[in-house]
Design a protein around this ligand. Structure first.
Ligand code: NAP
Length: 451
């Protein structure tokens, strides 16, 4: 074994031993380490200064009690988290997730990924992530407000526009951001707009922030396809999820001339051979907050299916898959089914929706594959633009913001492609993203000393 391979193996073993049971965190680290062999071969100096070890240990992990009272008077206790992973490039930046599956390991995988993603944007933002095991499903608006207020009553001590700036993620949309921001303002008696992003546009939010992750994922997909002389235009697309990222990915695919024939939620999926009616999907998921089955009930040719959305690829001769729901939603079998169905491109709108086996299957089959840390970086990029607007008390138009988003996604695509080429793995966007993301953070860490 070469010295750099031995170094990586030793650091990885230490991470497993020091973070027992955090399966998703191990998975995220392993995926990055697979690409770093190529870097350490060229730059052994990163081994001497223990950069890998430092990059895998969060700077700070905050875990706190979140007590709140339900409408019926019962008292509930949830667990709140904020993992401040790396601030070499700027204040910690990354969303909050409210979902019953949230554990410390989930937060660590997401914040670790966030460090590399934020680095790829080229913007001055470090990486963090937070959230709670609170389940918003079935809760009234007042219960959600009380939960958010209780969460912020502890979290505010650790946040600030030069410290740590959260945003939304699964279960945290504009409504929750409003409740969180309101409580922060009330406790601190300061209108610190830059303390959180994803705000409403009349009170400091950026136009195009809700759209940014989904739009950005499709911009990245378009760039990948163009590298092979193809485009989204005329393509049949399968999207998983029907939340913020999925809905805006569907919107952008339709704008670029593609047809989305399926979408899903945590209770199943809908197949609509005529193409998803976005207005109806929004009505069902955003306004009524209903199950996606209600969509199928309202569309004559659509049907609801209990299983995963990917099984439709063969039947529908789909060309593109955009997983936009949650982690590990495409396993090896699903990836094989997609590859056999002739899928051309997969872009991760969600964070780590493909298992390592699935990624291998896509790459071996020659499917264009965009990892989430590159493909879904548009959301955090526009969040950083929201911070810029807050700092200068400015408000940009949607057109201007969209141009900046499109430029950023083009930059990320070019950076991943050129880095992969430079390191002898042309076309491997996973390696390109991991290496380019790593280098910017690692160099900043080296410059800042052993901290
Ligand atoms: P969201 O608005 O809460 O939507 C999540 C969607 O995924 C919903 O349709 C949800 O179904 C489905 N889902 C959630 N957990 C699931 C599970 N365990 N199994 C199957 N389906 C599940 O969240 P989002 O903001 O769109 O985030 C989606 C993904 O994108 C996440 O991986 C997130 O980390 C990533 N991401 C988001 C942003 C952003 O700006 N929001 C940025 C970068 C990456 P139900 O409606 O049934 O709950």
């Amino acid at each position: 074994m070469s010295p750099h391979s031995a170094h990586i193996a030793r650091v990885y073993d230490q991470i497993i031993a020091r973070n027992p049971g955090e399966r998703e965190f191990h998975q995220a680290v392993e995926e990055v380490f697979e690409s770093l062999h190529l870097v350490l071969e060229k730059h052994p100096e990163y081994m001497d200064s223990s950069v890998l070890e430092r990059m895998c240990e969060p700077e700070r992990q905050i875990i706190f009690r979140v007590p709140w009272t339900a409408d019926d008077g019962t008292v509930h206790i949830n667990r709140g988290f904020r993992v401040q992973f790396n601030s070499a490039l700027g204040p910690y930046k990354g969303g909050l997730r409210f979902h019953p599956d949230v554990l410390l390991g989930t937060m660590k995988f997401l914040s670790f990924e966030q460090v590399f993603k934020n680095s790829l944007t080229g913007l001055p933002i470090g990486g963090g992530k937070g959230g709670s095991d609170f389940d918003p499903k079935g809760r009234s608006e007042t219960e959600i407000m009380r939960f958010c207020q209780s969460f912020m009553t502890e979290a505010y001590r650790h946040l600030g526009d030069t410290v740590d700036v959260p945003a939304g993620d699964i279960g945290v949309g504009r409504r929750e951001i409003g409740f969180l921001f309101g409580q922060h303002k009330r406790i601190t008696n300061r209108y610190e707009a830059g303390v959180i992003t994803g705000k409403g546009t009349t009170w400091g939010g950026s136009l195009l922030r809700p759209e940014a992750t989904g739009y950005g994922t499709v911009y990245f997909t378009e760039h990948m396809l163009r590298s092979r002389g193809e485009s989204v235009d005329g393509r049949r697309v399968i999207v998983s999820g029907s939340g913020n990222v999925a809905i805006h990915a569907i919107e952008k695919v339709q704008e670029l001339g593609g047809t989305v024939i399926a979408a899903s939620d945590s209770a199943g999926c809908v197949h609509d051979p005529d193409g998803i009616d976005l207005e109806l999907l929004r009505e069902v998921k955003e306004h009524r907050r209903a199950r996606i089955s209600a969509y199928a009930e309202a569309r004559p040719r659509a049907r609801h299916i209990d299983g995963a959305v990917w099984s439709l690829a063969a039947e529908e001769s789909a060309d593109i898959a955009l997983p936009c729901a949650t982690q590990n939603e495409i396993d090896g079998d699903a990836a094989r089914a997609l590859a056999e169905a002739g899928i051309r491109a997969v872009a991760e709108g969600a964070n780590m929706p493909c298992t390592p086996e699935a990624v291998d299957v896509f790459q071996e089959a020659g499917v264009l594959f965009a990892p989430g840390k590159a493909a879904n970086a548009g959301g955090v990029a526009v969040s950083a633009l929201e911070m810029q607007q807050n700092a200068s008390r400015d408000s940009w138009t949607a057109e201007y913001t969209d141009e900046r988003l499109a430029e950023t996604m083009e930059h990320i695509h070019t950076l991943c492609a050129s880095t992969a080429e430079e390191y002898g793995v042309a076309g491997d966007y996973v390696a390109g993203a991991n290496i380019a993301g790593f280098l910017r953070v690692a160099d900043a860490m080296l410059a800042q000393g052993v901290i």
